[in-house]
Design a protein. Structure first.
Ligand code: HEM
Length: 126
């Protein structure tokens, strides 16, 4: 018995590429988020997020091969993430998720995870 992963059901790599490119296009022009990302272009950050999400949802495990254990809270510790940064991140990600051409139940499942994960990443008071 083989069970299809969320990654496969949601359209595989193309979906995660669409999601993260849309998200980082918004980050690139967001006055709260853009200064948090040190690189002159956001390509590396977009790739890391894409690979992480692909792995989380049952796709290839390239993220861990390249980056090791995700430890996302620890990796976000150097950044000041209060409600302000959280809300900016959520707004960009909501746009990106809404634009995906996937079934509504898949969208809802994806969004539920992202919203919970973002709330867990808050590490500073305003
Ligand atoms: C709550 C608001 C959040 C903010 C402001 C934020 C900000 C950042 C920043 C500034 C980086 C460094 C960029 C880089 O990769 O060089 C980063 C990395 C990353 N973020 Fe977030 N993030 C947030 C939430 C999340 C959530 C909810 C997830 C996952 C569901 C996530 C996944 C990642 C991943 C996978 C990386 C790369 C880690 C690595 O391998 O180094 N982030 N984030």
């Amino acid at each position: 018995m083989s069970q299809e992963s969320f990654y496969q059901r949601a359209g595989g790599q193309k979906t995660f590429n669409d999601l993260t490119s849309h998200f980082y296009a918004l980050v690139a022009v967001n006055p709260i988020l853009r200064p948090m990302y040190p690189e002159s272009d956001l390509h590396g950050a977009a790739r890391r997020l894409q690979l992480f999400l692909e792995q989380y949802w049952g796709g290839p495990s390239t993220y861990s091969q390249e980056r090791g254990h995700p430890r996302l809270r620890m990796r976000h510790a150097p950044f000041h993430i209060s409600k302000t940064e959280h809300d900016a991140w959520i707004a960009c990600m909501k746009d990106a998720v809404d634009a995906l051409e996937i079934a509504d139940d898949l969208k809802a499942e994806l969004w539920q995870y992202l919203a919970a994960a973002a709330a867990a990443m808050i590490n500073a008071a305003d």
